[in-house]
Design a protein around this ligand. Structure first.
Ligand SMILES: *Cc1c(COP(=O)(O)O)cnc(C)c1O
Length: 370
């Protein structure tokens, strides 16, 4: 339904008219239903191809018998474990139904019409969606080499700016910022402007000067760091993530947080997953090898790609990506065209298992005639 034909648009809140729904990766079941096939490969949503920790599965099972009960609305055990992990007080933690939920709480608490939300070109789609939903003005800084241009962003901070969003590394580009440049940026932002550093892929990053921004929380009270269990921890379906911030910010976020936003299975699984760092290490090792396999394959096909420190890589297919994406679907391969991120010729591919990567590369060779 287009906006012109939606009879309730006139009474919708400002900002909703220009909002486009988030486009998720195509589910495997949907593609297989459409094509009548059974062996498709989905490398479209930056999920962990190894699944999740066995301990997390056992913890989920353990919660089944209590399904009739509401979860612990305060997430006591999980918050306590996260606080210990980060060396902060439990009052600094805000639990989310995925970290997107925390991003949305930030928008609802700090953004309103007449003010500005600032992020980079090619930045993660939830920043504009959550911002637009609350009717704030969007400010989009041009990217540099597909990544955040912090100087350009800083120059765009004005009196009306309330929230600045930085993804480190960024999705869908995989680009990253080092500790020095990011901290200088945060230090230069006025204290009455919230800086969000989204670290959804931090576990995968293996760069010496890549920063864990949570170490700066006590220095910059206007900083919010977000983390998720959806990526390296392999718990995307359970929806659990969290924010780390000054307790005064967490207090405000918790005022808009829906009661029981993180279900019992998610809380138990996240808690168990945190303790299984061996699983995280195997995920990192597999990712490193798979990334090498993918970029070597791209180079052999003469395709350029955006160097990525995450569990995905975005490749220039040299022609409109929508048709390439469709052709790959017919080969049973689901990637993520990122034209909606201002990258009309780029396809984002999640690092999969060795055989999945190989399958994807050969489908690309066929479709692109390389
Ligand atoms: C995947 C992702 C998230 C979080 O997703 P949740 O599943 O809601 O935790 C947040 N930020 C970025 C940049 C992502 O790619």
């Amino acid at each position: 339904m287009t906006d012109q034909t939606n009879r309730f648009l006139e009474i919708a809140a400002p900002g909703i008219a220009n909002l486009k729904p988030y486009v998720p990766g195509k589910p495997i079941s949907e593609l297989e239903r459409e094509l009548g096939i059974t062996d498709s490969v989905k490398l479209a949503s930056n999920e962990n191809p190894l699944g999740c920790s066995e301990n997390a599965k056992a913890a989920m099972q353990g919660e089944l018998s209590d399904s009739a009960r509401y979860p612990d609305g305060g997430g006591f055990e999980l918050s306590k474990a996260l606080a210990a992990k980060h060396g902060v007080d439990a009052g600094c933690i805000t639990l989310g139904n995925g970290s997107n939920d925390v991003l949305d709480m930030i928008a609802r608490v700090f953004l309103s019409p007449g003010y500005e939300s600032l992020f980079s070109q090619h930045a993660f789609a939830v920043y504009p969606i959550s911002s637009q939903a609350v009717g704030v003005t969007l400010k989009i800084a041009p990217a540099v080499n597909y990544g955040h241009d912090l100087e350009a962003m800083l120059n765009m901070v004005g009196e009306k700016t309330r929230v600045v969003w930085v993804a480190n590394p960024n999705n869908p580009t995989g680009t990253w910022l080092n500790g020095e440049e990011l901290e200088n940026f945060i230090a230069a932002i006025p204290q009455n402007v919230i800086v969000v550093v989204d670290e959804a892929y931090i576990e995968y990053v293996d760069e010496e000067d890549y920063p864990d921004a949570s170490q700066w929380l006590s220095k910059y009270p206007n900083l919010i760091v977000t983390r998720t269990f959806s990526k390296a921890y392999g718990l995307a379906s359970l929806r659990v993530g969290y924010g780390l911030s000054h307790p005064d910010i967490a207090d405000l976020l918790n005022r808009v947080r829906q009661p029981f936003n993180v279900n019992s299975m998610a809380q138990a699984a996240a808690l168990a997953a945190l303790e299984d760092q061996d699983f995280i290490q195997s995920s990192i090792d597999m990712n490193r090898a798979g990334m090498e396999q993918l970029v070597t394959g791209f180079a052999e096909m003469g395709l350029s790609y955006i160097p990525s420190v995450g569990n995905f890589v975005t490749v220039d297919v040299g022609r409109p990506v929508e048709e390439v994406g469709q052709a790959l679907l017919r080969e049973g391969c689901i990637g993520r065209p990122v034209a909606n991120y201002g990258l009309p010729n780029h396809l984002r591919i999640t690092v999969g298992l060795e055989e999945e990567n190989a399958r994807f590369l050969s489908a690309m060779k066929k479709v692109l005639d390389k």
